[in-house]
Design a protein around this ligand. Structure first.
Ligand code: ZN
Length: 293
């Protein structure tokens, strides 16, 4: 199971959430069969979404991260519920671009850095909250950090990492977000800055066998902590026949009439889990009757 942990400093001045999302991202790769660079990009985004989802307060709250930097991958979307269970999709699943000079996957090359990061929080209000910040690097962690600084005025540190095996399966994935809360002393900021400068990349720590809990403690070394909670998270889609029917009805009566008149079945595929929903012309006629009630 993928794991998420949350800690707060005893004096309430700093918060950390850390995640080992290896299994969640592995499942994402099994569903979408993404190339290595796209797995890394989408794996980082779903890890961020899962942590930001876990930070939501309401039971039915959800968060959506949409990222389109004008790169060859197109738009990347990750959605999480408030337990941190998340799903993701991308326009172009296979992008082959050369590694960067340092031998790392070129995530920013696939994502691009000319566009916007949208953070959409549905927290049960009439309208969802939408935060929008420009993509500054396309490496995703920096873009999340920038979002928190600019849109939520919360100084944060975000690190995300995905390690892909030569056979394209996912070896490790994870990340953390540290947030400085109001009243945080310079002394604490100094400790965190020093810790971060010495901290190995997330994937190196996971490779060394660190758990999410151990990553959080290492990043916050020297600060007295209270554990808030620890939970299991997974790749989870919430699509259903009822939701697809609702979406079909939403396309309008003309489109439904066309589908009903056709000899072919109408096939709808979920972008997040690839599940197929098949409707015969008779099924569509039933929907038309339902819609006109
Ligand atoms: Zn689905």
């Amino acid at each position: 199971m993928s794991k998420i942990v949350r800690y707060i400093a005893k004096d309430g001045s700093v918060f950390i959430i850390a995640a080992d999302t290896s299994e969640m991202v592995a499942e994402m790769e099994r569903i979408h069969k993404t190339s290595a660079t796209v797995t890394a990009a989408l794996g980082r985004l779903i890890t961020a979404a899962s942590m930001m989802g876990d930070m939501l307060k309401g039971e039915n709250d959800t968060i959506t991260l949409r990222l389109n930097g004008g790169g060859p991958a197109g738009e990347l979307i990750a959605v999480s519920d408030s337990d941190g269970n998340a799903r993701a999709t991308v326009d172009n699943k296979i992008i082959e671009i050369p590694l960067k000079d340092n031998g790392k996957l070129n995530v920013s090359g696939a994502v691009g850095n000319n566009g916007q990061l949208y953070v959409i929080k549905d927290i049960g209000m009439k309208e969802p909250y939408i935060g929008q910040t420009p993509i500054i690097s396309g490496e995703i962690a920096e873009d999340i950090t920038n979002y928190f600084a600019v849109s939520e005025q919360t100084p944060s540190v975000c690190a995300l990492g995905v390690l892909v095996n030569p056979d394209l399966s996912v070896k490790h994935a994870g990340g953390f977000i540290i947030q400085l809360l109001p009243g945080c002393e310079y002394r604490v900021i100094d400790i965190i800055e020093k810790n971060i400068s010495l901290l190995p990349p997330v994937t190196s720590m996971l490779e060394q066998g660190f758990s999410a809990d151990e990553i959080a403690k290492k990043a916050m070394d020297g600060i007295e902590l209270d554990k808030l909670d620890e939970s299991s998270v997974c790749y989870k889609c919430n699509c259903s026949k009822a939701k697809v029917e609702e979406a079909l009805i939403g396309t309008g009566i003309d489109t439904l009439n066309e589908m009903a008149a056709s000899e072919d079945n109408t096939e709808v595929e979920c972008h997040f889990c690839d599940k197929r929903y098949i409707f015969t012309p008779d099924d569509i006629k039933k929907l038309i009757r339902q819609a006109s009630k």
